[in-house]
Design a protein around this ligand. Structure first.
Ligand code: FES
Ligand code: FE
Length: 461
């Protein structure tokens, strides 16, 4: 561990107080802490940038952010996706000033230096007249490259060229994530460009909530239980969401988190049968995973183990996070006609300063799914999630208040308290790995999120 002292004399290692499971509020607003995070968290971890279906053709590109750096995510002629720092090596101008497009030549608007989608330097205007052959070698003028990986077609990148592989970074959580992102032959695709909007909040307010905070649903999203179809219990009209609070939560030493919620009530309602008497196949037939059709079920069998399928049909991961700033939702939404519609979403909470984040919302679907199903998924996702969604307007209303509170002369010295501790462990026979606990939702997954944040922030450079 490195010792680092903040400008006011507070040791950095005192922000997360392990024995009492508290976090100093100032972590949600302090500009000095934010600057350190850009290097120590966003410079070190694998970050979500999008999905390869956003850049299907050679030359396609989107402009995204890795922490405080803008990057160009582009497909090169060889078919590979490259992630290049969006900064011109000449005078530091932003090279791509648009959000997306297609080009084989990224030309800086300032003096015209040009780069390939792979980030390689092509040339500068009037090179001979200007530089008289004294220019640095072309290899030294390319754009800095991040390390890229595709996981289920999802694009992740890191500046840590020598650090852990993406698989190592996911660790035990990969066993569960594979049931979501690697379960079909053709994989996922995005349904249109992502929604993007600014929330005046520190990215960690959203990040730690994404580490599977189930507890807030009871109060903040109480209306879900009151408006019928959207009732998470599937029965409508009841304000009691507490049955949905039971399940299994998985934490990870790398801050990833999963909330696995019992499907028993939904399967009982759909079949009229006791789920414990149904086989895995019968349960899959009764309630296919979000976005999958009956025709696609054999793909699951081919790609996943029996143990993974067992979890999928009984207690599947439905919401959770990939550290540091990603939320996934693979949720089962009850419909007016008694059926269930699955939705698949990814969010990134991109830091834009100590008190501002950009919420990026990708709606996904299985490529193989019929268009009619994709249309319904897109429509329902827009109604519930993201900018226009009824659910996430609740969430994004709390984060700015927390951020403002963390700026208060007294408030910044208050602490966040993670006191709801599991004492259960995994249910008998639970086949999945990781730090697993069963019962009413607790604070453990969010606490483990902070522990990894703390580890990265205090790690030796
Ligand atoms: Fe880009 Fe000069 S800053 S060409
Ligand atoms: Fe929420």
């Amino acid at each position: 561990k490195a010792s680092y002292t903040l400008a006011d004399g507070t040791p950095l290692s005192d922000l997360v107080r392990v024995p009492t499971r508290e976090v100093q509020m100032r972590a949600l607003s302090d500009p000095e802490i934010y600057q350190l995070e850009m290097d120590r968290v966003f410079g070190k971890t694998w970050l979500l940038l999008g999905h390869e279906s956003e850049v299907p053709n050679s030359g396609d590109f989107v402009v995204r952010d890795m922490g405080s750096d803008s990057v160009i995510v582009a497909r090169a002629k060889d078919g590979n996706i490259h992630v290049s720092l969006n900064v011109c090596p000449h005078r530091g101008m932003r090279i791509s000033t648009v959000d997306a497009g297609n080009t084989q030549i990224h030309k800086c608007i300032y003096h015209g230096w040009a780069f390939k989608p792979s980030g390689e330097f092509i040339g500068a205007p009037v090179e001979k007249e200007c530089m008289h052959g004294k220019m640095m070698p072309k290899e030294d003028l390319g754009l800095p490259q991040a390390r890229v990986t595709l996981y289920g077609g999802i694009i992740f990148a890191t500046w840590d060229l020598e650090g852990p592989s993406f698989e190592e970074f996911l660790g035990d959580a990969k066993w569960y994530f594979d049931t979501l992102f690697e379960r079909s032959d053709k994989g996922l695709e995005v349904l249109g460009p992502p929604q993007r909007f600014i929330v005046r909040a520190n990215w960690k307010a959203a990040g730690e909530q994404s580490a599977a905070d189930g507890y807030h649903t009871l109060t903040l999203h109480r209306w879900l239980g009151e408006v019928g179809n959207y009732s998470k219990s599937g029965e409508g009209g009841s304000a009691d969401l507490s049955p949905e609070m039971y399940g299994v939560e998985v934490s990870s030493p790398h801050g990833h988190a999963l909330r696995c919620i019992d499907l028993g009530r939904k399967i009982r309602k759909l079949t009229g049968l006791d789920p414990s008497e149904l086989t895995v196949d019968q349960k899959l037939e009764a309630l296919p995973p979000p976005g999958m059709t009956h025709e696609m079920l054999p793909q699951l069998r081919k790609r996943l183990s029996e143990e993974q399928l067992e979890v999928m049909v009984s207690m599947p991961p439905q919401v959770g996070g990939i550290f540091p700033n990603v939320l996934f939702a693979f949720v089962y939404i009850p419909q007016a006609d008694g059926s269930v519609l699955g939705l698949t979403l990814l969010h990134a909470y991109v830091p834009k300063g100590p008190d501002q984040l950009e919420f990026v919302n990708w709606v996904l679907a299985e490529k193989d799914a019929p268009q009619e199903l994709k249309d319904r998924m897109l429509m329902q996702s827009i109604q519930l999630f993201g900018t226009s969604g009824m659910v996430e307007q609740d969430d994004s209303d709390t984060w700015p208040h927390m951020t403002l509170a963390a700026k208060g002369a007294r408030g910044r010295r208050s602490t966040l308290k993670y006191q709801a501790v599991y004492e259960t462990g995994a249910p008998a026979g639970w086949p999945g790995p990781g730090i697993v606990n069963e019962g009413f939702t607790k604070d453990d997954t969010q606490w483990h999120w902070w522990l990894y944040w703390n580890e990265l922030m205090n790690a030796k450079a």
